[in-house]
Ligand binder design. Structure first.
Ligand code: ADP
Ligand code: MG
Length: 345
């Protein structure tokens, strides 16, 4: 699930218990039962479940977006529609799958024709861009509760294909592998952090950051090509360090990150250093790919980045298990390992 335009209030509200988002999934939904005659699969725990179907494999993901949690009341419905599909395509990219189809489940408090017109146009434009048609779904009304109108909420399930060669998962990183990231993570959170008043961004830079938050680019082509040389991959939805931790846990390894090597957009590099660290390391909503690959394929990774027109940067190294994750500056100082977004934490 993507954990994106979450407000600070939504993160701390509700009846808080000792279970966080991932503890909750583990406790209630990781099913240990034995099933016979089901498709061989990989999952839960990766960006997509991988289903083996004869000589092909399907990658399947589902991501929900709720008003107030993932998009704001005044958000342009066109970009909400684009982003709704983009975050799912990003999960497909993280598995190295080629998008094939998606399904849309929509729950609306009322029929707002103008909102639906823009939303559907944005959604279907993204679908056409990535050659991923809408093939079904479900539509319901969100009931009002105690006189308060229900909120818009929708979920997309996207399906991709991995016809030959390996699928990428979060497991598979090995000590000695390089850690790579695509694009310039942190830009989306620079906008969110400003509107939540966590820090202030000069107003001339806001349009750039806002666009990065509202219209992320799923790295579909990069994903389908790096799967031949990457050892593990995930997309960054919750924050780079938090998502890296998923790879480390699933691969049973540790890591060191070199802050000085991190790619930063021109706009990001104009912000104070501490704000940059907050956005880049723990911001989230980036939908860039974070992946590991053996040192021996460095040139291939760079070549692939060039051929698909996406910047790829080495930002660290995978270490054996048992060593704490560290983030080092050029001067060798350790930065705090900030927590990323987690629903219910
Ligand atoms: P992503 O951010 O890529 O969508 P997450 O890290 O949020 O993935 O989710 C971790 C794993 O937990 C994924 O494999 C996801 O499919 C699975 N998951 C999340 N919610 C549930 C649920 N309610 N039931 C079963 N599996 C779930
Ligand atoms: Mg993901």
């Amino acid at each position: 699930m993507s954990d994106d335009c979450h407000s600070p209030e939504s993160a701390s509200s509700g009846q808080s218990q000792s279970l966080d988002e991932f503890g909750l999934i583990q406790r209630f939904f990781v099913d240990q039962n034995y099933y016979s005659n089901v498709w061989p699969f990989q999952g839960i725990g990766d960006d997509c479940a991988i289903l083996e179907l004869g000589c092909t494999r399907l990658a399947v993901t589902t991501d929900m977006m709720a008003l107030g949690t993932h998009f704001l009341e005044d958000a342009d419905p066109f970009t909400v529609g684009q982003k709704a599909l983009a975050v799912n395509l990003s999960d497909l990219a993280a598995s190295g799958a080629t998008p094939k189809a998606f399904f849309l489940s929509l729950s609306l408090p009322a029929v707002d024709v103008s909102w639906l017109d823009s939303f559907s146009k944005g959604l279907l434009k993204e679908a056409a861009t990535y050659n991923c048609p809408l093939r079904g779904g479900d539509t319901t009304k969100t009931a009002s509760v105690d006189g308060k109108p229900g909120k818009t909420c929708f979920s997309i399930c996207a399906i991709g294909e991995i016809s030959s060669g390996p699928a990428m998962t979060r497991a598979g990183a090995r000590a000695g592998d390089d850690i790579w990231v695509s694009g310039t993570p942190g830009d989306a959170f620079a906008y969110l952090g400003d509107i939540w008043k966590e820090f202030t961004v000069p107003s001339r830079l806001l349009p750039y950051f806002k666009a990065r938050m509202e219209t992320p680019t799923p790295r579909v082509q990069l994903g389908t090509q790096i799967r031949h040389c990457a050892s593990a991959c995930c997309d960054i939805s919750d924050g780079l360090v938090g998502d890296l931790k998923h790879i480390l846990e699933r691969s049973n390894v540790s890591a060191v990150l070199y802050w000085g090597d991190f790619p930063r957009s021109e706009q990001m590099s104009l912000l104070p250093e501490l704000v940059q660290q907050r956005c880049v390391l723990a911001g989230g909503d980036d939908y860039e790919l974070l992946f590991t690959a053996p040192k021996s394929v460095r040139d291939s990774v760079k070549e692939i980045g060039k051929s698909v027109g996406v910047k790829v940067t080495r930002i660290g190294e995978i270490l054996p298990p048992g060593i704490p994750l560290r983030i080092l500056t050029k001067e060798g100082q350790s930065l705090p390992v900030m927590n990323s977004f987690n629903h219910f934490e």
